[in-house]
Design a protein around this ligand. Structure first.
Ligand SMILES: Cc1ncc(COP(=O)(O)O)c(C=O)c1O
Length: 460
Protein backbone atom coordinates (compact mmCIF):
# COMPACT_ATOMS: atom_id res chain seq x y z
CA UNK A 1 0.00 0.00 0.00
CA UNK A 2 1.33 3.42 -0.92
CA UNK A 3 2.32 5.88 1.78
CA UNK A 4 -0.24 8.66 1.97
CA UNK A 5 -0.44 12.06 3.64
CA UNK A 6 -3.83 11.12 5.04
CA UNK A 7 -2.48 8.05 6.83
CA UNK A 8 0.73 9.63 8.02
CA UNK A 9 -0.92 12.77 9.35
CA UNK A 10 -3.99 10.98 10.68
CA UNK A 11 -6.03 13.08 8.23
CA UNK A 12 -8.29 10.46 6.68
CA UNK A 13 -11.01 13.04 5.98
CA UNK A 14 -8.51 14.98 3.85
CA UNK A 15 -9.40 18.26 5.62
CA UNK A 16 -5.82 19.11 6.65
CA UNK A 17 -4.54 18.23 3.18
CA UNK A 18 -7.12 20.55 1.62
CA UNK A 19 -6.38 23.33 4.10
CA UNK A 20 -2.67 23.15 3.32
CA UNK A 21 -3.26 23.00 -0.41
CA UNK A 22 -5.51 26.07 -0.44
CA UNK A 23 -3.20 27.92 1.97
CA UNK A 24 -0.17 27.21 -0.16
CA UNK A 25 -1.97 28.25 -3.34
CA UNK A 26 -2.99 31.48 -1.61
CA UNK A 27 0.64 32.30 -0.77
CA UNK A 28 2.03 31.25 -4.13
CA UNK A 29 -0.62 32.89 -6.29
CA UNK A 30 -0.89 36.23 -4.46
CA UNK A 31 1.27 39.16 -5.50
CA UNK A 32 3.64 40.38 -2.79
CA UNK A 33 1.78 43.70 -2.58
CA UNK A 34 -1.48 41.84 -1.94
CA UNK A 35 0.15 39.74 0.79
CA UNK A 36 1.62 42.81 2.47
CA UNK A 37 -1.81 44.42 2.59
CA UNK A 38 -3.16 41.43 4.52
CA UNK A 39 -0.30 40.77 6.97
CA UNK A 40 -1.90 40.21 10.37
CA UNK A 41 -5.29 39.20 8.89
CA UNK A 42 -7.03 35.85 9.14
CA UNK A 43 -7.21 34.57 5.58
CA UNK A 44 -10.81 33.35 5.38
CA UNK A 45 -10.40 31.88 1.91
CA UNK A 46 -8.45 29.06 3.55
CA UNK A 47 -10.70 26.37 5.08
CA UNK A 48 -10.30 25.33 8.71
CA UNK A 49 -9.12 21.84 9.64
CA UNK A 50 -8.12 20.09 12.86
CA UNK A 51 -4.34 20.16 13.28
CA UNK A 52 -2.15 17.84 15.38
CA UNK A 53 -1.57 19.05 18.93
CA UNK A 54 1.56 19.39 21.06
CA UNK A 55 0.56 17.16 23.96
CA UNK A 56 3.78 15.13 23.77
CA UNK A 57 6.10 18.11 23.58
CA UNK A 58 8.51 19.13 26.28
CA UNK A 59 7.10 21.95 28.46
CA UNK A 60 9.74 24.43 27.31
CA UNK A 61 8.75 23.71 23.69
CA UNK A 62 5.14 24.68 24.33
CA UNK A 63 3.57 21.37 25.38
CA UNK A 64 -0.16 22.00 25.25
CA UNK A 65 -3.49 21.02 23.80
CA UNK A 66 -5.44 23.96 22.44
CA UNK A 67 -8.30 24.44 20.08
CA UNK A 68 -6.47 27.37 18.54
CA UNK A 69 -2.93 26.29 17.66
CA UNK A 70 -0.89 29.23 16.32
CA UNK A 71 1.86 27.12 14.77
CA UNK A 72 3.10 27.28 11.22
CA UNK A 73 0.89 25.75 8.53
CA UNK A 74 2.63 26.66 5.26
CA UNK A 75 5.28 29.16 4.21
CA UNK A 76 6.38 30.78 0.98
CA UNK A 77 9.18 33.32 0.61
CA UNK A 78 9.02 35.75 3.53
CA UNK A 79 5.44 34.90 4.43
CA UNK A 80 3.75 32.13 6.35
CA UNK A 81 0.26 31.17 7.46
CA UNK A 82 -0.47 29.75 10.87
CA UNK A 83 -2.89 26.97 11.66
CA UNK A 84 -5.31 29.76 12.64
CA UNK A 85 -4.88 31.04 9.05
CA UNK A 86 -3.22 34.24 10.20
CA UNK A 87 -0.79 35.73 7.72
CA UNK A 88 2.66 36.58 9.09
CA UNK A 89 5.67 38.37 7.65
CA UNK A 90 8.68 36.38 8.84
CA UNK A 91 11.27 38.93 9.96
CA UNK A 92 13.73 36.35 11.35
CA UNK A 93 14.34 33.90 8.49
CA UNK A 94 12.65 31.10 10.44
CA UNK A 95 14.95 30.28 13.37
CA UNK A 96 17.70 32.40 11.72
CA UNK A 97 18.51 29.60 9.26
CA UNK A 98 16.14 30.08 6.31
CA UNK A 99 18.59 32.14 4.23
CA UNK A 100 16.24 32.35 1.25
CA UNK A 101 12.92 32.19 3.08
CA UNK A 102 10.48 29.34 2.65
CA UNK A 103 10.56 27.15 -0.46
CA UNK A 104 12.76 29.32 -2.67
CA UNK A 105 11.75 28.24 -6.20
CA UNK A 106 15.29 27.87 -7.53
CA UNK A 107 16.44 25.90 -4.50
CA UNK A 108 13.35 23.69 -4.68
CA UNK A 109 14.15 23.04 -8.34
CA UNK A 110 17.79 22.34 -7.42
CA UNK A 111 16.67 19.83 -4.81
CA UNK A 112 14.57 17.95 -7.37
CA UNK A 113 17.41 18.21 -9.88
CA UNK A 114 19.78 16.68 -7.33
CA UNK A 115 17.44 13.77 -6.66
CA UNK A 116 16.95 13.18 -10.40
CA UNK A 117 20.72 13.10 -10.86
CA UNK A 118 21.12 10.47 -8.20
CA UNK A 119 22.59 12.59 -5.42
CA UNK A 120 21.79 10.56 -2.31
CA UNK A 121 20.27 12.11 0.81
CA UNK A 122 22.98 10.83 3.10
CA UNK A 123 25.53 8.04 3.22
CA UNK A 124 28.44 6.72 5.28
CA UNK A 125 30.85 9.54 6.09
CA UNK A 126 33.86 7.58 4.84
CA UNK A 127 32.60 7.63 1.25
CA UNK A 128 31.70 11.31 0.82
CA UNK A 129 30.02 12.07 -2.47
CA UNK A 130 30.81 14.77 -5.01
CA UNK A 131 28.68 17.63 -3.54
CA UNK A 132 30.28 17.21 -0.09
CA UNK A 133 33.77 17.36 -1.58
CA UNK A 134 32.85 20.27 -3.82
CA UNK A 135 31.40 22.15 -0.82
CA UNK A 136 34.65 21.84 1.15
CA UNK A 137 36.53 23.36 -1.80
CA UNK A 138 34.00 26.18 -2.05
CA UNK A 139 34.28 26.98 1.68
CA UNK A 140 38.09 27.10 1.47
CA UNK A 141 37.80 29.39 -1.55
CA UNK A 142 35.41 31.69 0.32
CA UNK A 143 37.60 31.79 3.42
CA UNK A 144 40.63 32.82 1.36
CA UNK A 145 39.43 35.51 -1.05
CA UNK A 146 41.95 36.52 -3.67
CA UNK A 147 44.16 33.49 -3.13
CA UNK A 148 44.78 30.74 -5.63
CA UNK A 149 43.09 27.71 -4.10
CA UNK A 150 45.67 25.35 -5.64
CA UNK A 151 48.43 27.01 -3.64
CA UNK A 152 46.58 26.67 -0.36
CA UNK A 153 46.82 22.92 -0.16
CA UNK A 154 50.46 22.91 0.89
CA UNK A 155 50.18 25.91 3.17
CA UNK A 156 49.31 24.63 6.65
CA UNK A 157 49.22 28.22 7.93
CA UNK A 158 46.21 28.95 5.74
CA UNK A 159 42.52 28.23 6.32
CA UNK A 160 42.78 25.20 4.07
CA UNK A 161 41.03 22.48 6.07
CA UNK A 162 37.34 21.85 6.51
CA UNK A 163 35.62 19.63 9.03
CA UNK A 164 32.40 18.95 7.19
CA UNK A 165 29.78 16.28 7.61
CA UNK A 166 28.68 17.59 10.96
CA UNK A 167 25.07 18.51 11.37
CA UNK A 168 24.68 21.13 14.06
CA UNK A 169 26.54 24.25 15.05
CA UNK A 170 26.99 22.83 18.52
CA UNK A 171 29.08 19.96 17.17
CA UNK A 172 31.11 22.36 15.00
CA UNK A 173 31.84 24.66 17.94
CA UNK A 174 32.70 21.68 20.14
CA UNK A 175 35.17 20.43 17.52
CA UNK A 176 37.02 23.76 17.50
CA UNK A 177 37.02 23.83 21.31
CA UNK A 178 38.58 20.36 21.37
CA UNK A 179 41.26 21.38 18.86
CA UNK A 180 42.08 24.38 21.04
CA UNK A 181 42.40 22.15 24.09
CA UNK A 182 44.63 19.70 22.22
CA UNK A 183 46.90 22.44 20.91
CA UNK A 184 47.30 24.13 24.26
CA UNK A 185 50.65 23.58 25.87
CA UNK A 186 50.89 26.74 27.91
CA UNK A 187 51.54 26.73 31.64
CA UNK A 188 48.75 25.93 34.10
CA UNK A 189 45.10 25.24 33.40
CA UNK A 190 43.89 26.39 29.99
CA UNK A 191 41.93 29.63 29.96
CA UNK A 192 39.13 30.33 27.46
CA UNK A 193 38.48 34.03 26.92
CA UNK A 194 34.89 34.58 25.77
CA UNK A 195 32.49 37.47 25.35
CA UNK A 196 29.93 38.00 28.06
CA UNK A 197 26.57 36.87 26.64
CA UNK A 198 28.11 34.32 24.30
CA UNK A 199 26.23 31.37 22.84
CA UNK A 200 28.29 28.71 21.12
CA UNK A 201 25.88 25.80 21.28
CA UNK A 202 24.01 23.59 23.69
CA UNK A 203 26.48 20.96 24.83
CA UNK A 204 27.96 21.08 28.31
CA UNK A 205 31.29 22.64 27.35
CA UNK A 206 29.68 25.39 25.26
CA UNK A 207 27.31 26.08 28.11
CA UNK A 208 30.23 26.20 30.54
CA UNK A 209 31.57 29.05 28.38
CA UNK A 210 28.42 30.99 29.15
CA UNK A 211 28.56 30.37 32.85
CA UNK A 212 26.60 27.15 33.35
CA UNK A 213 27.72 23.86 35.00
CA UNK A 214 30.62 25.55 36.79
CA UNK A 215 30.71 22.97 39.56
CA UNK A 216 31.37 20.15 37.13
CA UNK A 217 34.48 21.52 35.49
CA UNK A 218 37.97 21.60 36.91
CA UNK A 219 41.38 22.25 35.37
CA UNK A 220 39.82 24.85 33.11
CA UNK A 221 39.10 28.54 33.48
CA UNK A 222 36.66 30.71 31.59
CA UNK A 223 37.13 34.47 31.58
CA UNK A 224 34.21 36.47 30.18
CA UNK A 225 35.02 39.95 28.91
CA UNK A 226 32.73 42.74 27.77
CA UNK A 227 32.61 43.06 23.98
CA UNK A 228 34.47 46.09 22.60
CA UNK A 229 36.34 46.87 25.82
CA UNK A 230 39.89 46.77 24.44
CA UNK A 231 41.50 47.77 27.75
CA UNK A 232 39.86 44.90 29.58
CA UNK A 233 40.92 42.46 26.88
CA UNK A 234 44.53 43.71 26.98
CA UNK A 235 44.64 43.35 30.73
CA UNK A 236 43.24 39.78 30.65
CA UNK A 237 45.86 38.77 28.09
CA UNK A 238 48.60 40.51 30.08
CA UNK A 239 47.46 38.75 33.21
CA UNK A 240 46.96 35.22 31.83
CA UNK A 241 49.44 35.24 28.95
CA UNK A 242 50.34 31.80 27.65
CA UNK A 243 47.76 30.19 29.87
CA UNK A 244 45.14 31.33 27.36
CA UNK A 245 44.14 28.49 25.05
CA UNK A 246 41.68 30.41 22.96
CA UNK A 247 39.49 33.41 22.33
CA UNK A 248 35.89 33.03 21.13
CA UNK A 249 33.58 35.60 19.62
CA UNK A 250 30.38 35.88 17.65
CA UNK A 251 31.02 38.97 15.48
CA UNK A 252 27.42 40.18 15.68
CA UNK A 253 26.11 38.96 18.99
CA UNK A 254 22.76 37.68 17.83
CA UNK A 255 22.41 36.02 21.20
CA UNK A 256 23.08 39.24 23.07
CA UNK A 257 20.93 42.01 21.67
CA UNK A 258 22.64 42.21 18.25
CA UNK A 259 25.74 43.92 19.67
CA UNK A 260 28.21 44.46 16.85
CA UNK A 261 31.71 43.50 17.89
CA UNK A 262 33.96 46.17 16.44
CA UNK A 263 36.29 44.74 13.78
CA UNK A 264 39.16 46.69 15.38
CA UNK A 265 38.43 44.95 18.67
CA UNK A 266 38.53 41.57 16.93
CA UNK A 267 41.80 42.50 15.22
CA UNK A 268 43.21 43.48 18.61
CA UNK A 269 42.14 40.07 19.92
CA UNK A 270 43.91 38.49 16.91
CA UNK A 271 47.16 40.28 17.78
CA UNK A 272 46.87 39.43 21.47
CA UNK A 273 46.24 35.76 20.63
CA UNK A 274 49.32 35.75 18.38
CA UNK A 275 51.44 37.32 21.13
CA UNK A 276 50.69 34.54 23.63
CA UNK A 277 50.17 31.60 21.25
CA UNK A 278 46.41 31.42 21.84
CA UNK A 279 44.00 30.38 19.09
CA UNK A 280 41.09 32.44 17.83
CA UNK A 281 37.67 31.11 16.86
CA UNK A 282 35.00 33.21 15.22
CA UNK A 283 31.54 31.73 15.50
CA UNK A 284 29.76 32.54 12.24
CA UNK A 285 26.79 30.28 12.80
CA UNK A 286 24.64 33.41 12.58
CA UNK A 287 26.65 35.73 10.34
CA UNK A 288 27.70 33.14 7.75
CA UNK A 289 25.61 33.06 4.55
CA UNK A 290 23.90 36.39 5.37
CA UNK A 291 26.34 38.82 3.74
CA UNK A 292 27.48 39.25 0.13
CA UNK A 293 30.92 37.87 1.05
CA UNK A 294 29.23 34.75 2.49
CA UNK A 295 31.83 34.56 5.27
CA UNK A 296 31.67 37.70 7.43
CA UNK A 297 35.33 37.47 8.56
CA UNK A 298 36.44 38.16 5.00
CA UNK A 299 34.18 41.23 4.92
CA UNK A 300 36.08 42.74 7.85
CA UNK A 301 39.52 41.44 6.86
CA UNK A 302 39.95 39.15 9.85
CA UNK A 303 41.72 35.79 9.71
CA UNK A 304 40.94 33.71 12.77
CA UNK A 305 42.28 30.19 13.26
CA UNK A 306 38.80 28.65 13.18
CA UNK A 307 35.65 29.84 11.41
CA UNK A 308 32.49 28.08 12.50
CA UNK A 309 29.72 27.87 9.93
CA UNK A 310 26.24 26.38 10.06
CA UNK A 311 22.61 27.44 10.16
CA UNK A 312 22.03 29.30 6.86
CA UNK A 313 24.44 27.09 4.90
CA UNK A 314 21.71 24.88 3.39
CA UNK A 315 19.05 27.61 3.63
CA UNK A 316 17.18 25.46 6.13
CA UNK A 317 16.95 22.31 4.02
CA UNK A 318 18.87 20.12 6.48
CA UNK A 319 21.24 21.07 9.29
CA UNK A 320 24.81 21.16 8.09
CA UNK A 321 27.76 22.80 9.79
CA UNK A 322 31.47 23.09 9.20
CA UNK A 323 34.69 24.33 10.73
CA UNK A 324 37.15 25.97 8.34
CA UNK A 325 40.56 26.10 9.98
CA UNK A 326 44.30 26.25 9.54
CA UNK A 327 45.66 22.92 8.39
CA UNK A 328 48.36 22.90 11.06
CA UNK A 329 45.71 22.44 13.74
CA UNK A 330 44.25 19.34 12.15
CA UNK A 331 44.58 16.99 15.11
CA UNK A 332 41.22 15.30 15.75
CA UNK A 333 40.41 11.71 14.95
CA UNK A 334 37.30 11.16 12.86
CA UNK A 335 35.12 10.06 15.75
CA UNK A 336 36.34 12.92 17.95
CA UNK A 337 34.01 15.22 16.03
CA UNK A 338 31.35 13.75 13.80
CA UNK A 339 27.60 13.69 13.22
CA UNK A 340 26.77 10.35 11.69
CA UNK A 341 23.72 12.06 10.17
CA UNK A 342 25.75 14.87 8.75
CA UNK A 343 27.55 13.86 5.56
CA UNK A 344 24.35 14.73 3.73
CA UNK A 345 25.18 14.87 0.03
CA UNK A 346 21.88 16.41 -0.99
CA UNK A 347 22.16 19.05 1.72
CA UNK A 348 25.68 19.86 0.50
CA UNK A 349 24.26 20.30 -3.01
CA UNK A 350 21.69 22.71 -1.57
CA UNK A 351 24.49 24.56 0.27
CA UNK A 352 26.29 25.05 -3.03
CA UNK A 353 23.06 26.44 -4.48
CA UNK A 354 22.57 28.76 -1.50
CA UNK A 355 26.12 30.11 -1.88
CA UNK A 356 25.70 30.57 -5.63
CA UNK A 357 22.54 32.61 -5.06
CA UNK A 358 24.36 34.81 -2.54
CA UNK A 359 27.22 35.40 -4.97
CA UNK A 360 24.83 36.09 -7.82
CA UNK A 361 22.78 38.57 -5.80
CA UNK A 362 25.62 40.09 -3.77
CA UNK A 363 24.99 43.68 -4.81
CA UNK A 364 21.28 43.54 -4.18
CA UNK A 365 21.83 41.86 -0.79
CA UNK A 366 24.25 44.60 0.25
CA UNK A 367 21.82 47.35 -0.77
CA UNK A 368 18.77 45.71 0.84
CA UNK A 369 20.63 45.04 4.11
CA UNK A 370 21.90 48.60 4.30
CA UNK A 371 18.45 50.01 3.55
CA UNK A 372 16.86 47.90 6.29
CA UNK A 373 19.45 48.91 8.86
CA UNK A 374 19.16 52.58 7.83
CA UNK A 375 15.38 52.38 8.26
CA UNK A 376 15.87 51.16 11.84
CA UNK A 377 18.41 53.94 12.51
CA UNK A 378 15.79 56.48 11.37
CA UNK A 379 13.15 54.86 13.56
CA UNK A 380 15.51 54.93 16.55
CA UNK A 381 16.05 58.67 16.02
CA UNK A 382 12.34 59.35 15.57
CA UNK A 383 11.40 57.47 18.76
CA UNK A 384 14.43 58.30 20.86
CA UNK A 385 12.26 58.57 23.96
CA UNK A 386 11.70 54.80 23.69
CA UNK A 387 14.61 53.50 21.68
CA UNK A 388 18.27 53.73 22.65
CA UNK A 389 19.68 52.84 19.23
CA UNK A 390 19.51 50.54 16.22
CA UNK A 391 21.78 47.52 16.61
CA UNK A 392 23.28 44.93 14.29
CA UNK A 393 24.24 45.16 10.63
CA UNK A 394 22.24 44.73 7.44
CA UNK A 395 19.50 42.12 7.54
CA UNK A 396 20.40 41.24 11.13
CA UNK A 397 19.42 44.45 12.83
CA UNK A 398 17.39 45.28 15.89
CA UNK A 399 16.15 48.06 18.16
CA UNK A 400 17.39 48.46 21.71
CA UNK A 401 14.56 49.76 23.92
CA UNK A 402 15.09 51.96 26.96
CA UNK A 403 12.65 49.89 28.96
CA UNK A 404 12.36 46.10 29.12
CA UNK A 405 8.60 46.07 29.69
CA UNK A 406 8.07 48.33 26.67
CA UNK A 407 10.23 46.00 24.62
CA UNK A 408 8.09 43.04 25.65
CA UNK A 409 4.84 44.95 25.00
CA UNK A 410 6.14 45.97 21.60
CA UNK A 411 7.02 42.36 20.83
CA UNK A 412 3.52 41.22 21.77
CA UNK A 413 1.96 43.97 19.63
CA UNK A 414 4.21 43.05 16.69
CA UNK A 415 3.10 39.43 16.84
CA UNK A 416 -0.53 40.55 16.91
CA UNK A 417 0.19 42.79 13.91
CA UNK A 418 1.58 39.78 12.03
CA UNK A 419 5.30 40.58 12.27
CA UNK A 420 7.28 37.55 13.41
CA UNK A 421 10.29 39.07 15.15
CA UNK A 422 12.04 38.23 18.40
CA UNK A 423 12.69 40.02 21.67
CA UNK A 424 15.91 39.63 23.68
CA UNK A 425 14.53 40.62 27.02
CA UNK A 426 14.88 37.47 29.07
CA UNK A 427 18.13 38.48 30.80
CA UNK A 428 18.66 41.32 33.24
CA UNK A 429 19.18 44.56 31.31
CA UNK A 430 18.20 43.08 27.94
CA UNK A 431 15.53 44.93 25.97
CA UNK A 432 16.09 44.50 22.24
CA UNK A 433 13.87 43.38 19.42
CA UNK A 434 15.68 41.47 16.73
CA UNK A 435 15.20 40.82 13.04
CA UNK A 436 17.16 38.67 10.63
CA UNK A 437 15.29 38.98 7.37
CA UNK A 438 15.81 36.27 4.79
CA UNK A 439 17.81 37.51 1.81
CA UNK A 440 14.86 37.97 -0.60
CA UNK A 441 14.03 41.08 1.48
CA UNK A 442 13.33 43.91 -0.95
CA UNK A 443 12.51 47.60 -0.77
CA UNK A 444 8.74 47.13 -0.60
CA UNK A 445 8.90 44.63 2.27
CA UNK A 446 11.45 46.74 4.16
CA UNK A 447 9.24 49.84 3.76
CA UNK A 448 6.19 47.90 4.94
CA UNK A 449 8.00 46.49 7.99
CA UNK A 450 9.48 49.89 8.91
CA UNK A 451 6.05 51.58 8.65
CA UNK A 452 4.44 48.86 10.74
CA UNK A 453 7.15 49.20 13.41
CA UNK A 454 6.64 52.99 13.43
CA UNK A 455 2.88 52.58 13.88
CA UNK A 456 3.38 50.10 16.72
CA UNK A 457 5.86 52.38 18.47
CA UNK A 458 3.51 55.33 18.15
CA UNK A 459 0.75 53.29 19.78
CA UNK A 460 2.88 51.97 22.67
C1 LIG B 1 26.26 31.82 17.45
C2 LIG B 1 25.75 30.41 17.57
N1 LIG B 1 26.62 29.42 17.80
C3 LIG B 1 26.22 28.15 17.89
C4 LIG B 1 24.89 27.80 17.76
C5 LIG B 1 24.48 26.37 17.89
O1 LIG B 1 24.03 25.87 16.67
P1 LIG B 1 23.05 24.61 16.61
O2 LIG B 1 21.71 25.07 17.14
O3 LIG B 1 22.98 24.25 15.14
O4 LIG B 1 23.65 23.55 17.43
C6 LIG B 1 23.95 28.81 17.54
C7 LIG B 1 22.52 28.48 17.42
O5 LIG B 1 21.67 29.32 17.38
C8 LIG B 1 24.38 30.15 17.44
O6 LIG B 1 23.53 31.14 17.23
Amino acid sequence: MALTFGDLMNDRSGCLAEMMEVARAYLVDSAQSALLRRVGDIIDEVPVAPCPDKRWFQQSYGRCVTTEPEDLLVGEGLFYLTEQRKLFLDCTGGHYQMTWGYDHPELTELLLDGIRRGIVWDNHSNIPSAPVKRLTAKLVELANPGRDIEQLQDDPESLNTVLSGIATGTVACAAAMKMMLMQHDGPGDPVFVVLDGNYHGTDVFAQRLRGMWKNYFCNLEVVAVQPNDGDQLRSVFEDRGEQIAGFWAEPIMMNREAIVVDPDYLKLARRLCDDVGALMAIDEIQTGFWFPEVIYCTRIGLEPDFIILGKGMTAGFHPLSAVVYRGKFDCLEQYDAISTNGNAALAAYMALGCIELIEREAERIEAAGNAWHDALVEIAAQFDDRIVEARGIGHMSGLKFRDREQCLSFHQAAIERGLWLRAHAYHEGHSTILTKFALPLDEAVARFAADAIRDLLAEL
